[in-house]
Design a binder for this molecule. Sequence first.
Ligand SMILES: Cc1ncc(C[n+]2csc(CCOP(=O)(O)OP(=O)(O)O)c2C)c(N)n1
Ligand SMILES: CC(=O)[C@@H](O)[C@H](O)COP(=O)(O)O
Ligand SMILES: [Mg+2]
Length: 634
Amino acid sequence: MTEEGHNLLQQINTPDDLRKFSEKDLAQICGELREFIIDAVSCNPAHFGASLGVVELTVALHYVFNTPYDKLVWDVGHQAYGHKILTGRKNDFHSNRKYGGLSGFPNTFESKYDAFGVGHSSTSISAALGMAIAAEKNKEKNKQVVAIIGDGSMTAGLAFEGIINLSKSKSNMLVVLNDNRMAIDPNVGGLSDYLLDISTSQTYNKVRSEVLRGLEKLKITGPNSRGKIVAINNSIKALLTKQSNMFEGLNIRYFGPVDGHDINHLVKVLNDLKNIPGPKVLHCLTKKGKGFKLAEENQTAWHAPGARFNKLTGENLDSISKKPRPPRFQDVFGHTIVELAEKNDKILGITPAMPSGCSLNIMMEKMPDRAFDVGIAEQHAVTFSAGLAIDGMLPFCNIYSSFMQRAYDQVIHDVALQNLNVVFCLDRGGLVGADGATHHGVYDLAFFRPIPNMIISSPRNEEELRNLMYTAQLPDKGPFVIRYPRGLGCAVNWKTPLKELKIGKGQKLKEGSDLAFITIGPIANKALQACHKLDEQGISTALYDLRFIKPLDTEMLFEIFNKFNKIITVEDGTVVGGMGSAITEFMAENGFVAHIKKLGVPDKFIEHGTQTELQRDCGFDKQGMIEAAKSMFL
Ligand SMILES: Cc1ncc(C[n+]2csc(CCOP(=O)(O)OP(=O)(O)O)c2C)c(N)n1
Ligand SMILES: CC(=O)[C@@H](O)[C@H](O)COP(=O)(O)O
Ligand SMILES: [Mg+2]
């Protein structure tokens, strides 16, 4: 607010409105935008720290560039709330990530200002380069394309593939490197150290002070002595930057580092860069969570707080029941890997940049030399695991199901083909909820099923997750997938004694005579409720849980198909090629004829909402199962 009480953000619906303000108003607009984001996320849980960190960058970019003609390509997109608010979505922002509401990420179907659809990291440089070259081919005059990528996202191979391609191009493209030294957890690896080094110019400062000491000895004096020293200083800097700057070395002009929170300086620099042709990088230093003290202090926890909070105190406002709750599947993984690793010294844990997301941080704390955060590098995580396995280690490589899509070739070529003992723990299998289409882990069962040598399993509850992990680390199992969902399990007392499970063996959970349900994973628990309801309504239902979709429990399937001619398969995953497809293949191969319905995620992309809303939408919640069963008796 101005002293007169004017709210400037209120007057901005599009970047054109923003551009009408004078530069001296921009600091106030940034303050109001930051408050708006804090207000919105405090009532509607979402990503938080990343958007606060790029408020000034967002305002400066829309102020200087002619969006949407000029293109802003946000990497990942979890930091793009300010961009959404300035580009026509301020009044709808309360619906962010809700069912039917705005997407949590830039989405080309949502706005012409969203130049590229994102959610997975490190795509911005490649996509922006494509756009810059397309602009040349389309003879679009003076079009500017900007990729905005974080230091964490820069650790991925894909970002470097883009940079290397960019270095050979003459395209008029700017990469804004938003360096806050964080991914979700602290950023890892040599690149992070390198960026710190060029930010603080350690090498430059060391050489500079040595040279200055030398100059003092030479006693440069006289009226122009200061000018001479500055000139020498500048040439040293130019020489050192050219020699030691990775981007300059690749023929991409490097500018910075600049203070990413100094709005007026950013505007000036971006205006200057607009007139410099060819590929260039602007290195901005920012603070994740800027302007919200708690988020600045605990950046991992406030990456996406996951609950409503009091915006003054940070207190969690979502009532936490005093009753003991079941654990999250990820925590069962985190504790169990430590338990197993204490007995089996070959076990190592690997995560590509999700230690707190998958709870490998528990192992990293207890056994720091046996757990690896390799950065946002899913492909590397898999091939690194293959290397460990071929020389006798037993890696548990934990990757979110949807991020595993990146590493498909590595699973086939580096692990399965050599039949290596790698345990893949696929967290976030199934519909994940508010992150939406980019993050649902619904293709894994279908894409792993055709790969030879793989064992593919999904536990029904925490106890089974533990037992599958135990089984997977027994000798010579080969590549072993254990897939489980986002969220809570169902048993409060989950720390059960570990026992071996028979590979390829399912379980009959309930007898019945009219119809059989076949399930995989925790959806079995909802199917059980549906069965009881159907029994009450006069349809006697049986329930079989497969536990493994590779190898299939053929003995159990023969029993089912010999007994039932009405069958419903239920999976929290795509029905195209998933478990249901495996069952229909079995049926066809063995000459069975039955009325079969496949429930799960249909052949379309599913947007965001709660997991419950989305399962209902797809027709595989309890009610959907009941309706599907009844329809088979009409
Ligand atoms: C391929 C892929 N792997 C992992 C993630 C999960 N993820 C989302 S944001 C993020 C950290 C990104 O760090 P950075 O780019 O520096 O952005 P910051 O949050 O620091 O602003 C990670 C690991 C993802 N979205 N995509
Ligand atoms: C943007 C991104 O990819 C992550 O922040 C993701 O949203 C984390 O998901 P979880 O909340 O399931 O850990
Ligand atoms: Mg970062």
